[in-house]
Ligand binder design. Structure first.
Ligand SMILES: *Cc1c(COP(=O)(O)O)cnc(C)c1O
Length: 394
């Protein structure tokens, strides 16, 4: 058996004729940029999330950029964010000319540790930018409370968590703004590039709508430096057709995750993701941790057995060459660094069969038993807890 890391053809096969018809409508109407299919999707995604305004854009990176601009974030401003993410989260801060301030993550959610966030707030801090990493909700109640208490914007990077729910409210409905990516492999993905910003504030929404289309207030009247960040009609049509399937597809991911957890746990040489409230996790990725010295050998064995795997993410953003001038050092992010060293993503996608999950779990167990460097690993404590005696002394 060969198990791919992601297989999009399975979800597409389910609704292929509907997708083809939706695409055909756009082609026959020649409405390729924005247009009725995009408007329909914006309305249905807003309704799905329970947020009044959704603005479709050309990808998730642009969504983050526009969200920061809409908050008026610029030079001299600081935005507190996570070192453990896809680089786009930080690009947006740099595009806006602001300074990214990185703090450690919580070992259970893998997202911003609220205590670390609070310790990093300065008079220049303007926003908190958490990522719902791997599909799991960040601690939104604590982060919202912090943002409110300190008068900061809360901008959610929800690019990996379409459909997740935190305390009865969808991810995306918590922040002042939230940003989604519809890159093909995301939980809701299109047939190319796509993204969206959602917000409860109609004035913010209007600003973002204007900025994404060359900052035109009316045709040929440009009221700011604008961008060509428009969502294509074909992508809107694909997204609107797929959205009604999102909850079912997320449930298939959840079922596969529960099967992995049951088959793999507990063992001393493997750390499993924490499940928490089932609805709070939409399992964009299923990420385990193995001893860092064993990881390469385990991956080679999986590969030889026909099982694809990946690393999300091998290098923390503050340690990327581009951000080295900020001066962060090894040891600044004990939890995130350890995750980067030990994380291993297993195949996860809607339509993965239980036989495939069985096969992957067996291959991983065999690998761990034969790879010499596979040794017991311990769960980490939050670095805010570890460091608290120091902070009290200062
Ligand atoms: C995918 C992703 C993005 C960027 O989305 P694009 O559509 O590829 O620009 C941003 N943040 C996170 C966490 C992502 O996973």
């Amino acid at each position: 058996m060969k198990v791919p890391f992601v297989d999009l053809s399975r979800q597409h096969a389910e609704i292929r004729s509907e997708l083809d018809a939706a695409v055909e409508t756009v082609v026959s109407g020649s409405q390729f940029i924005l247009g009725p299919a995009v408007e329909r999707f914006e309305a249905s995604f807003a309704r799905y999330l329970g947020v009044p305004n959704c603005i479709g854009v050309n990808n998730g990176t642009s969504a983050l950029h526009l969200a920061l601009l809409a908050c008026g974030i610029g030079p001299e401003d600081e935005v507190i964010t996570t070192p453990l993410s896809w680089i786009s989260t930080t690009w947006a801060i740099s595009y806006a000319g602001a300074k990214p301030v990185f703090v450690d993550v919580d070992p259970h959610t893998m997202a911003l540790d609220p205590a670390c966030v609070e310790a990093a707030i300065t008079p220049n801090t303007k926003a908190i930018l958490p990522v719902h990493l791997y599909g799991q909700s960040a601690d939104l109640p604590a982060l919202s409370e912090l943002a409110e208490r300190h008068g900061l914007w809360l901008i959610e990077d929800a690019a990996q968590a379409h459909g997740a729910v935190c305390d009865g409210r969808r991810i995306g409905a918590w922040g002042d703004l939230a940003c989604f990516s519809f890159y093909p492999g995301k939980n809701l993905g299109t047939w190319g590039e796509g993204g969206a910003v959602v917000t409860g504030d109609p004035r913010m929404a209007e600003r973002i709508r204007c900025l994404r289309d060359h900052a035109q207030r009316t045709r040929h009247e440009h009221v700011a430096v604008g961008y060509n960040y428009r969502l294509e009609g074909l992508q809107g049509a694909v997204l609107d057709t797929k959205l009604p399937k999102l909850d079912a597809w997320n449930q298939q991911r959840r079922d596969a995750a529960m099967q992995y957890l049951e088959l793999l746990g507990p063992r001393a040489d493997l750390l499993l993701p924490s499940a928490g409230d089932p609805l709070s996790h939409v399992w964009h990725l299923f990420v385990v941790q193995v001893a860092s010295a064993a990881r390469d050998a385990v991956r080679r064995q999986l590969d030889a057995a026909g099982v694809a795997s990946a690393i999300h993410y091998p290098t923390l953003i503050p340690f990327q060459p581009v951000y080295q001038p900020l001066g962060y050092q090894a040891g600044d992010f004990p939890v995130a660094e350890s995750v980067a060293d030990r994380c291993l993503s297993l195949p996860m996608f809607p339509g993965i069969t239980s036989a495939e999950v069985d096969f992957v779990a067996a291959a991983l167990q065999t690998a761990l038993e034969t790879v010499e460097e596979a040794e017991p690993i311990l769960p980490l404590r939050a670095s805010s807890n570890v460091r608290s005696p120091l902070r009290r002394a200062s």
